[in-house]
Design a binder for this molecule. Structure first.
Ligand SMILES: Nc1ncnc2c1ncn2[C@@H]1O[C@H](COP(=O)(O)OP(=O)(O)O)[C@@H](O)[C@H]1O
Ligand SMILES: [Mg+2]
Length: 869
């Protein structure tokens, strides 16, 4: 173990490690990083590296793994991705100049919430570090993306709301000042969130008072202070790009829990977790990484203010109508790099010359964008252009300072253009004159000595030399030449003249490199002064990119601009479509549907066979509402909408993976949240609630929930159900309307029309769907008979269809058993219980989830059960 080994190096190591017990300590030794002790043992496992030992032949060998510094990045990424932290411990002095043990210290703590991966132009997602402060009465929450420096903060009433924010932000790391209950800990663990203790800062820090300046709430101030404190201590550098913290209220936006966002597949498909199949997938036609990130933020936080929504709509419309403006802008935007992250790198001091040029190129494009906007007919676009500062000076400064194709390293020279600095030019002149002199000397010496292949060369160790091959050794004028180095087939010489020029060249070279680096740093410092302006410009371009994207999507898919009214909650959508489902279908195949929920309709009770389109219809309404409040156009011929304050869902039967609860618990939990927090201004989607439990339980609960929503909540509710009995509720609940998704028969086959029509669905479609799925006719006939009987026997639990059923012939209908039952023959009751049980199963069977083989198996089991009786 590291502790028992008392060599000076290990003592130094232990002292540093003590301060970072929860991080992997990467200890720099020359060109390697080494991990010792437990870090090494665990690291070897996680990184698949070979475990070796240091001080092998002593009493106290130390476990060790090592890696070249050049490849360390990927190992750091791997560990941090798994939720660990890495402390980089560097050599703080030049090993050649150090006396005794080299000074070492931690230069950066890399954590899941602060890691910045890859270059500056490939980041589609934000990585948020979140800080949570528990005060007496509330929770302060603040988060920041270190690569861009934006900071947001809010205060929340309970830990439940805090956890929801954490999930919505997809935060990887939380700095938390309070103790966590077991349940909270469990939540963090399942959500893959690393919990870090706050680090107390001593003294005053300019960064903190700067970012806090607009805040008034105490919990928010504390959260921001804790956040910035953590960033400063882990990063150990000045963070000039941290932006003034913006306070937000969760209720300034259309509120949707993380589960709701997932259920509605706003940014990722629920099935695959990928972008494809999500609303973001449809809407994202952005051309910059910052635009993509901004669109995601807009989707997660749709607006409540009609003015703000209107403004976005105006922008989208102007771009939609101005085809040429749009095309010109986008051609230009394509060349814009990730300004947000570039600015971050400038602030963090990690920017290189190539990235500075990327910044300059991007800035040079801005005037082109401004021209396009200014030439537009739209006043909105022209006004937008007037607000943009293209920062021409900065672009000019960078592009006239940095050469065209600079190296990544700033310490090796070759970065700065000619004419930038007189002294640098002088050095370069000396170098180039020196080199010219060398060439001339080579020619001269060849002539003088008669050695044809004599040549002047340079090596790092020996400097400049004259090289002569062994065969010509005798011709060397030893009175002038001094031997410098002997190779196998040649000898290298120098002369006093050469020595003198060598000194001139090398000195000029080393001075030039140092001067170039100094000039580069000065340039960075100059650019740094423009960080707030660059950040503002980045946001303006990102917004423009998003509006462009929304305009393009609206045009390609024939969306309309929705209208809003604030005096009532009426929904009026004509020919609405589901943006994603319509897109994955062949053009023209999607059947549009209207939604008219006026003041007389709060609840749509939706029935219809499996696979007819109930779920699709409900989601389509929610997605249209969300898109509208984001400022996007919507997939419909026209849409008149209220502003919703919250959206609640209970959709699908997938278990909640994060909390690990059972389906039914999750179902009730989500239903409960909707019942408690929904207001008259909310939109509620309940899809087949009660499915997760026994039929009668489920139906009773579903019925009670509908009634509660109707009587007590008054939200707009779309309620899809397979409990046909519930369609009777329209007799007692006057703001409930039955609608159904229609299907029809042709040649005794069921055809889905996907058309939403008034009134309840015909209940016997369940059996018709079975027929469609290829269930044998005998079973279908039997099922139909049993269904009929059951309707009579079971107090008409399921409303009788008025239509005669074509699947049953008249002789069947006069079946003797039926008469027996109607006569109330008690002996039949036990048999009927079994039959009814089977009927229930058939009735509730979701056929589309089953293979024909599974259905055959079930039918066989039912036959067995029937035979037993
Ligand atoms: N309006 C529509 N137009 C065309 N096809 C539709 C429509 N609505 C749904 N569908 C198709 O029907 C399938 C089943 O829809 P879904 O909403 O899951 O049905 P349900 O919830 O009634 O079981 C969808 O995957 C889609 O392919
Ligand atoms: Mg469904």
């Amino acid at each position: 173990m590291a502790k028992s080994n008392t060599t000076p190096v290990m003592k130094q190591y232990s002292k540093i490690k003590e301060q970072y017990p929860d991080a992997f300590l990467f200890y720099r030794v020359g060109n390697f990083y080494e991990l010792y002790g437990n870090d090494a043992i665990k690291g070897a496992q996680l990184l698949e590296l070979t475990l070796t030992h240091r001080f092998k032949n002593t009493k106290h060998p130390v476990s060790m793994v090592g890696m070249p510094c050049a490849v360390a990045d990927t190992y750091v990424d791997t560990l941090v991705e798994k939720g660990y932290k890495v402390a980089l411990c560097e050599q703080l002095e030049n090993p050649q100049k150090a006396k005794g043990l080299i000074k070492r210290g931690i230069t950066q703590l890399i954590t899941p919430g602060t890691i910045m991966k890859g270059g500056s132009n490939e980041a589609e997602d934000s990585n948020y570090l979140t800080s949570v402060v528990r005060t007496k009465s509330s929770f302060g929450l603040a988060y920041s993306d270190l690569s861009t420096g934006e900071i947001y903060t809010t205060h929340l009433r309970s830990f439940a709301v805090v956890s929801n924010e954490l999930l919505s932000l997809r935060t990887k790391e939380v700095v938390y000042n309070g103790p966590l209950t077991d349940q909270d800990n469990n939540f963090m663990h399942k959500a893959n969130i690393t919990v870090s203790k706050p680090i107390l800062l001593k003294g005053k820090h300019a960064e903190i008072s700067y970012v806090q300046q607009k805040l008034t709430n105490r919990a928010e101030k504390e959260a921001v202070k804790q956040l910035v404190g953590y960033l400063l201590t882990t990063q150990k550098r000045i963070l000039a790009h941290l932006q003034i913290a913006k306070s937000y209220e969760v209720n300034q936006y259309l509120q949707m829990s993380h589960t709701v966002q997932n259920n509605l597949e706003l940014t990722a498909s629920a099935k695959t977790g990928k972008k494809r199949g999500s609303l973001f997938w449809i809407l994202d036609k952005t051309h910059t990484a910052m635009g993509g990130r901004l669109l995601k933020q807009w989707l997660a936080r749709p607006l409540l203010s009609t003015d703000k929504i209107n403004y976005r709509q105006e922008m989208v419309q102007a771009l939609l109508e101005g085809y040429f403006t749009r095309e010109n802008i986008i051609d230009a935007l394509k060349g814009v790099y990730d300004l947000e992250r570039l600015t971050g790198r400038i602030a963090l001091g990690t920017v290189n010359a190539r990235e500075l040029l990327q910044l300059a190129y991007s800035l040079q494009i801005v005037p082109v964008i401004l021209d396009a906007l200014n030439q537009s007919d739209s006043t909105v676009l022209r006004k937008y252009a007037a607000k943009i500062n293209p920062l021409k000076d900065i672009a000019q400064l960078i592009s006239t300072t940095i050469i065209k194709d600079p190296p990544v390293l700033a310490t090796k020279g070759g970065l700065i253009r000619e004419g930038v600095d007189k002294q640098l030019d002088r050095y370069r002149n000396t170098i180039s004159n020196g080199k010219k002199w060398l060439a001339q000397m080579e020619a001269k010496e060849r002539k003088k000595t008669g050695i044809e292949n004599l040549k002047v060369g340079y090596s790092k160790v020996f400097g400049y030399f004259i090289q002569v091959t062994n065969s010509n050794k005798d011709k060397v004028p030893l009175n002038r030449y001094t031997r410098k180095q002997t190779l196998t087939n040649a000898v290298r010489y120098t002369t006093p003249e050469l020595k003198e020029h060598e000194n001139l060249i090398l000195e000029a070279h080393s001075k030039a490199i140092n001067l170039e680096y100094k000039l580069f740093v000065e340039l960075c410092e100059e650019v740094e002064k423009y960080i707030p302006a660059l950040q503002k410009l980045a946001r303006q371009l990102a917004s423009l990119d998003v509006c462009y994207s929304l305009a393009t999507v609206a045009e390609q898919n024939n969306y309309c601009r929705p209208n809003f009214h604030t005096n009532n909650q009426d929904i009026k959508i004509v020919a609405g479509r589901h943006p994603v489902v319509e897109k994955v279908m062949k053009a023209g195949k999607y059947i549009p549907n209207d939604t008219h929920m006026g003041s007389d309709t709060d609840i749509y009770l939706i029935t219809g066979p499996n696979m007819s389109g109930k779920s699709t219809y409900m989601r389509q309404v929610a997605l249209i509402a969300i898109m509208a409040q984001v400022g996007s156009f919507v997939p419909a011929d026209s849409a008149d909408l209220p502003i919703f304050d919250q959206i609640f869902t209970r959709i699908g039967a997938a278990d909640d993976l994060i909390s690990g609860q059972s389906t039914f618990m999750v179902e009730m939990d989500e239903a409960n949240i909707a019942l408690r927090y929904a207001t008259k201004r909310s939109l509620v989607l309940f899809d087949e609630i009660g499915r997760g439990t026994a039929t009668y339980d489920g139906m009773a609960l579903a019925g009670a929930i509908v009634k509660y929503l109707h009587d007590k909540v008054g939200a707009k509710v779309l309620f899809a159900t397979h409990f046909h009995k519930l369609t009777d509720l329209d007799k007692t609940l006057d703001r409930l309307k039955n609608i159904h998704v229609s299907a029809t028969e042709k040649n005794n086959k069921l055809i889905f029309l996907h058309k939403v029509l008034p009134g309840p669905a015909d209940k016997s479609y369940g059996i018709r769907v079975a027929q469609l799925a290829g269930v044998p006719p005998m079973v279908l006939r039997e099922a139909t008979k049993l269904l009929k009987r059951l309707e009579v026997q079971n107090n008409k639990l399921i409303p009788t269809s008025k239509r005669p059923d074509p699947l049953i012939n008249s002789s069947d209908r006069e079946d003797k058993q039926e008469k027996d039952m109607q006569n109330g023959d008690d002996n039949r009751l036990e048999v009927l219980r079994v039959e009814k049980d089977i009927i229930d199963k058939i009735y509730n069977l979701s056929l589309m989830d089953k293979t024909p083989r599974q259905i055959m198996q079930m039918v066989e089991n039912w036959q067995e059960d029937l035979k037993d009786k």
